[in-house]
Design a protein around this ligand. Sequence first.
Ligand code: TXA
Ligand code: MG
Length: 331
Amino acid sequence: MPILPGNLEASIARAAQALADGELVAFPTETVYGLGARADDDGAVRKIFAAKGRPADHPLIVHVPDVAGAEAFAAELPPVARRLIEAFWPGPLTVIVPRRPELGAAAAGGQATIGLRSPAHPVARALLEAAARLGVPGLAAPSANRFGRVSPTSAQHVASEFDAGLRILDGGDCALGIESAIVDCSRGGAVLLRPGVLEASRIEAAAGVPLRAADAGAPRASGTLEQHYAPTATVRLMPLRQLRAALDVLPGEVLPVEGAQRLAVYSLNLRDVPRGLRFRRMPADAAAAAHELFAALREFDAAGVSVLWVEEPPDEPAWAGVRDRLRRAAA
Ligand code: TXA
Ligand code: MG
């Protein structure tokens, strides 16, 4: 499995060349790892759909070095999109804007719009810049996991999802841990398609227009499918009171015998659970909870947990991204 240290210039150069040649490379961003291909080559982009097992009509995010890179793919950058880009790039915000018809058709899943983001992770930036020097205007990159699964936040997570042979740039653990906020700026105004770590109030303030919630007419987005980000374990999300009550009535035979841990608990407020159940405390800070969320879900899976009871985090703006991912994991 070629995992390349992302801090080495030679790794960046090799990865950029592979991308220029139409190959796939997984790379770190500040949100999650992406599975990248040059966005101006529909054949290269189709390899992403094949590797992920993702339906080809689901649009991907195109990563660009800067606003000039965005202009290569956008037919137009509406003023709202420009303000968001100005405020949050490089960073964890994706804008959906009208697409130049001649570029990025496969990346856009055939849609007339395109999702654009300029990531902040130094390895992603070095890769985008090295690829640009080889004539690559941007990298289509969905999260580097199989379709519907939990997004990867480390190079090891990526390696566990794909065949040996995939080049992976290692940039360590992703700082933020959940995917970018997505704002549709293509239909007038600003519509939040997916919450991230950026709070909606900050996005709205920068947009200068009311931030509307996604509705039924919103464009297709697999990250907005009801069931997504799902671990193998069945996830049940419940308020603290209900979680306590459920644990109180647990019949003895559900408790683990000789390490066979079927049921696990992931909770903000509980200090412990009936003896022997697998238990993990969720960090009290929303950013820390986002940072560890996907790794925690993967660890429960790796431990053989089949049912995961999760305490619902507070209904507060800072927790919107984590609540969204947990709700989808439980759908
Ligand atoms: O943080 C992130 O956004 C990560 C990193 C790698 O940048 N990427 C990511 O990509 O989460 P992905 O493909 O797993 O999710 C991107 C979401 C999908 O739900 C996709 O459908 C939506 O963005 N999207 C992309 N282009 C779109 C478009 N033109 N219209 C509507 N939704 C779009
Ligand atoms: Mg994804």
